[in-house]
Design a binder for this molecule. Structure first.
Ligand SMILES: Nc1ncnc2c1ncn2[C@@H]1O[C@H](COP(=O)(O)OP(=O)(O)OP(=O)(O)O)[C@@H](O)[C@H]1O
Ligand SMILES: [Mg+2]
Length: 602
């Protein structure tokens, strides 16, 4: 199921488990930074508590008893306390920022590594733009989670305990009264945090939907402009932006509910204490120092108390982010190696499909539908097997299964008598060179893109592959030759050039099995011929399975497999298949072999 729609009930124990998990996975790596941050926090809290405490002497010794000799010491110690607070804040902030940045980096690496492991089924369920946006938002949320926990616990909790001790030491009865603020505050916070969870998840979804939609619109800008879709898309994006805005406002108004309540409660307590203390001071004629220190401590305590109360609310938001990250990290990659998997040993490269059944969706899904319904055939070593059939017959599916992008529902696929389900995915894919139906190019130079076929290929091998793929000439015409950067998705190249680059990438791989999904897009005659020549060159010494849309490919194939709606309906050489009366292939051939037509089916 898609990560974007999941809504789960969350119990409080799960919250603690999540914090514990994040801490246990990350705390030890940053132990020393945390210790430094905690020392900084202790400096801040110690200095603050001291300022509250010293107020008694300020009032009693300086103002009441008028001890001029003590002024310098008392004033000096207050200055020192603030210097300590400054230093402590600096140490704490720098350390926490470092930890936070490092955590973000670690989770980015972990998530990316995991995304690369996940099977294609994951990617059918998620749009890439949305996924990236979601991950980004959640990772910064995680960073806040760690820092908030540490800051509040180390600084605010320590400070609060210190200040409360000063208060209780000075005025035990009044302190109890001040503590009455706690229960209503806790109730409010609990209520608010519950509300915040749902809204936060919604905001993350909305924002990722929005960013994803923006990315898609910019990627497809040619089509957007050609079909004058600007207004339509703007309408859609504006709608999403407004929803996200409304949701963010909702978060603000829910989470800020804590603020007026805590302010009012604090006001009641502080006002009552001052009134009581005032009357008592007047009645008892006591030096007001103790009371003043008490009130100062109480006011100083208000800030950390308020932050601790809010911590729960902010934590709740950050935990939603953490949970969403772990939903990805906890997904089991679908095509992982079996425990007893061995490396595939290719001697000749015979490929055999044995009664393969396959559906993209699982049996219990409403979308369940068999795409391959019992496919059996053998592609002999060193020969070319062409697959033809109408669009949607299952041709591309067949080729993806041979690379084990999905697991079969039943049946087996064998390479040199080894079941591909029992070999390591890595060794399997190293034995295969694949040219996809749509040429895909990556950010980087032309040479980089060819080298993705085999990272240790030398420059000479890259040039040789490009020559075989009929790409060398146009590459040399690029301003920087092999070092020319490629625009997004290869926009700086023509369709035929992109295809020839992806053929060069397959050639450089030097794998014994070659899988070609011929592009259906029409190329101009010259490009078409060049691509054709490139393919013929490499088909010669590989076991080749080619999904053929071009007549010449099919006519020259050693074997043709004709597919219809997930079944093989005919199999044989061109010369035999054309003679079958009312045969599927013969019919296609007649339809398509009109003098001008060069393409076959699809
Ligand atoms: N990722 C996917 N998830 C779900 N269904 C899919 C997926 N990819 C393909 N299908 C479905 O499987 C069927 C076979 O698709 P496939 O891509 O194998 O056809 P094809 O024979 O290669 O067609 P074409 O000649 O147009 O490339 C189609 O009905 C398609 O809708
Ligand atoms: Mg296809």
């Amino acid at each position: 199921m898609s990560l974007f729609k999941k809504k789960k009930k969350i119990d409080p124990a799960e919250t603690t488990r999540m914090i514990r998990r994040v801490l246990s996975e990350n705390f030890s790596a940053h132990k020393f930074s945390y210790i430094k941050a905690i020392i900084g926090s202790l400096m801040i809290s110690g200095a603050t508590v001291f300022v509250g405490y010293i107020m008694r002497d300020v009032i009693n010794d300086i103002f009441y008893r008028q001890r001029a000799d003590l002024i310098i010491y008392i004033a000096g110690s207050i200055l020192l306390a603030f210097v300590l607070r400054g230093l402590g804040s600096f140490i704490q902030a720098v350390q926490l920022a470092k930890i936070g940045n490092n955590l973000a980096a670690i989770y980015q690496k972990r998530v990316f590594a995991h995304l690369m492991k996940l099977g294609l089924n994951f990617y059918s369920d998620h749009r890439s733009g949305q996924l990236a946006a979601q991950i980004n938002q959640n990772i910064s949320g995680m960073r806040d989670l760690m820092n908030m926990t540490v800051t509040s616990l180390a600084r605010d909790a320590v400070m609060l305990v210190g200040l409360l001790s000063v208060m209780i030491y000075q005025e035990p009865f009044l302190s109890l009264f001040a503590l009455l603020i706690a229960p209503p505050l806790i109730l409010t916070v609990t209520y608010v945090s519950r509300r915040i969870r749902t809204v936060t998840r919604e905001v993350v979804h909305l924002n990722s939907h929005l960013l994803g939609a923006m990315q898609e619109s910019t990627q497809g800008i040619t089509i957007v402009k050609a079909f004058t879709m600007e207004d339509q898309l703007r309408g859609k994006i504006d709608g999403l932006i407004e929803q996200a805005e409304a949701r963010s406002n909702k978060i603000a108004s829910v989470s800020e509910r804590v603020t007026p309540i805590s302010e009012i409660l604090a006001g009641i307590v502080i006002a009552s204490v001052i009134a009581y203390a005032g009357y008592r001071a007047i009645a008892e004629q006591q030096p007001p120092g103790t009371m003043f220190a008490f009130i100062t401590s109480m006011m100083l305590a208000y800030d950390p108390a308020r932050r601790l109360a809010r911590l729960q609310v902010s934590l709740e938001r950050a935990l939603v982010n953490a949970r969403m990250i772990y939903e990805i990290l906890d997904l089991k990659p679908a095509q992982s190696d079996r425990a007893d998997a061995t490396d595939l040993q290719v001697k000749e490269g015979t490929v055999k499909f044995d009664d393969v059944h396959f559906a993209y969706h699982s049996k219990d899904s409403p979308e369940y539908q068999l795409v391959l319904k019992g496919i059996s055939f053998t592609a002999k070593a060193g020969e070319t097997t062409a697959i033809v059939g109408a669009s949607g017959a299952g041709k591309s599916t067949l080729i993806t299964l041979l690379q084990r992008f999905y697991d079969l529902d039943s049946g087996r696929i064998l390479i040199d008598d080894q079941d591909i389900a029992g070999v390591t995915v890595n060794s399997l894919r190293h034995s295969i060179a694949y040219v996809s139906q749509q040429a895909y190019l990556f950010e980087g130079t032309i040479a980089d893109n060819i080298r993705y076929g085999r990272p240790d290929a030398t420059q000479d091998e890259i040039v040789e592959a490009a020559k075989l793929a009929n790409a060398h000439e146009f590459i040399m015409r690029q301003p920087l030759g092999y070092d020319s950067p490629i625009g997004e998705n290869g926009v700086t190249l023509s369709g035929g050039q992109r295809q020839r680059l992806s053929i060069a990438r397959a050639i450089v791989r030097k794998a014994p099995i070659l899988l070609l999904d011929e592009a259906t897009s029409a190329l101009d005659n010259d490009s078409e011929k060049r691509v054709q020549q490139a393919l013929e060159t490499i088909m010669k010494d590989h076991t080749t399975i080619v999904i053929a849309h071009r007549l010449s490919t099919v006519v020259n194939a050693n074997k043709i497999i004709v597919m219809e709606a997930g079944n093989i309906v005919e199999e044989g050489r061109h010369a035999d298949l054309v003679t079958i009366e009312n045969g599927v292939y013969a019919r296609f051939y007649k339809l398509q072999s009109a003098p001008q037509s060069e393409t076959l089916i699809g």
